[in-house]
Write a protein that binds this ligand. Structure first.
Ligand code: GLN
Length: 468
């Protein structure tokens, strides 16, 4: 099979047709149906588009992604194809347009193969909140892949797609990447257009990629990021990673509260200590920095994201989109019954939490306070990057757990302890495959850079990989 974009490009260069590549992927997807990674495979449009790209290849006009097969998280819109955010409430809904990020990949001749399972409205850390069943980790039976982009992680890891797209609001790309041995990139907030991404928490959401190499992560980033007139929060800064004068000896910051975190799995801790030693031996400068806010991160994240979610999800009312309760009589009942029947329990919990923190009397105590904490976190993080080039931290405290093993929502929320930081502050971060635990499951390591320094982030990954 084709592990990377480079493998696909080689196959196309050596005369393999895009159609046969696409068919090989379709076959592999079918053979791995038990993983429940795909909610739908777009067989018809795949075949049609593959033939069109083949014509371009013959004419010598094909783009760099000819033959590359992309899977999309089921919250990314692809015109004339269904999208559901893994929720019953979007039953029967078809996208009216294509997300900008996806369109840019299609413009380079990538083929969109299908939509991938995820936690409902991207709320979750294990993909167990999908209305269409959980996803199986391809590394170990009966284990979760992480979430919320669990289907995207597994599809990339099991090579059911060349690359996949997910969304990262609090770690939903990096955390499942860590648990499936893939690369998961969350760019700087404002790098990736959110046009055509179903909103969860708009000031946190970014589209990110799952790939089987760092070079692929960089290429997909370069081709899909950048200003978009359809999303006013996108930055007009140059995207291309053309800088070459990077420091060969990096200044790397370690957050003490992360590397010495009591919840860290001993094997992850040990492997991290080894890496730090190797980095020192290679002449990189390692500095420990203190970030005494770990206890505030997850709560702040949940106050602010639920507030935004309660507003964003008000549009799903049984009138505008998708599912409408058959039982309902009258407008008010249509809203109440459609939402009651259409949303799953975690989504309801968050809408209610969000409504509460925004309510008169609690707004200042929760929402305003959360915004203030977010500012403190951002300021302190900016200070770090005046001192160091990159921050190095675990992606996840441990490895994937068994299905149904974590029942307490707070326990589940703590899976994101090391990933929410980059979303609260908007910084770019990437999870890189780091090791395989004695339990047979993989785990990642995370690098974070100053805002809009994705090029330095990729440089850091290269340096890290020289040692891994
Ligand atoms: N697991 C986190 C949550 O449940 C992050 C989700 C995400 O990044 N979309 O909110």
């Amino acid at each position: 099979m084709y592990r990377t974009i480079g493998d696909v490009q080689k196959a196309v260069l050596s005369g393999e047709s895009v159609l046969s590549i696409a068919q090989a992927y379709l076959k592999k997807i079918e053979e791995n149906a038990h993983l429940n990674a795909f909610l739908e495979v777009f067989t018809e449009s795949v075949i049609e588009n593959a033939k069109l790209v083949d014509e371009k290849v013959k004419a010598g006009t094909a783009g760099p992604l000819a033959g590359v097969v992309v899977g999309i998280k089921d919250n990314i819109c692809y015109k004339n194809h269904r999208v559901s955010a893994s929720s019953k409430i979007l039953e029967g809904f078809t996208s009216l347009y294509t997300s900008t990020v996806l369109q840019r990949l299609i413009d380079q001749d990538a083929i969109v193969i299908g939509r991938l399972n995820c936690d409902e409205f991207a709320m979750g850390s294990s993909n167990e909140n999908s209305a269409f069943g959980s996803v199986e980790n391809n590394w170990k039976a009966n284990h979760v892949p992480g979430g919320s982009s669990g289907g995207s992680a597994v599809a990339a890891s099991a090579q059911l797609c060349t690359i996949t797209l997910g969304s990262d609001t609090g770690g939903s790309v990096r955390q499942p990447a860590s648990w499936t041995g893939t690369y998961g990139l969350k760019p700087t907030y404002g790098r990736m257009s959110r046009y055509g991404l179903i909103a969860y928490a708009s000031s946190f959401d970014q589209i990110g990629s799952f790939t089987n190499s760092a070079a692929d992560a960089q290429l997909i980033y370069e081709l899909s990021a950048g200003e978009d007139e359809m999303d006013a929060t996108t930055s007009s800064r140059e995207v291309k990673c053309e800088r070459t004068d990077f420091p060969q000896k990096l200044k790397i910051g370690l957050i003490s509260e992360c590397v010495h975190h009591e919840g860290l799995d001993p094997e992850v801790r040990e492997k991290l200590a080894e890496l730090i030693q190797k980095l020192k031996d290679a002449g990189h400068e390692i500095t420990e920095v203190s970030f005494p806010f770990m206890d505030y991160m997850v709560p702040t994240y949940y106050v602010l994201t639920t507030a935004e979610a309660s507003s964003n999800l008000s549009r799903f009312d049984g009138v505008h989109f998708g599912y409408r309760s058959q039982e309902a009589k009258g407008v008010e009942q249509t809203y109440i019954k459609s939402r009651t029947e259409g949303f799953g329990p975690e989504v309801k919990r968050r809408i209610m939490t969000g409504t509460f923190v925004l309510s008169h009397g609690y707004y200042d105590a929760y929402y305003t306070q959360g915004q203030k904490v977010r500012r403190v976190l951002k300021n302190r993080t900016d200070e770090f990057f005046q001192q160091v080039d990159l921050l190095l931290l675990p992606t996840t405290p441990g490895t994937a757990f068994e299905k149904n093993a974590v029942k307490d929502p707070i326990q589940m929320y703590l899976q994101d302890i090391f990933t929410v930081h980059a979303n609260l502050t908007g910084n770019p971060a990437i999870s890189v495959p780091f090791g395989v635990h004695s339990n047979g499951l993989p785990f990642g390591i995370q690098l974070m850079a100053d805002s809009f320094q994705e090029d330095l982030l990729f440089h850091g990954v290269k340096k890290l990989e020289e040692l891994l």
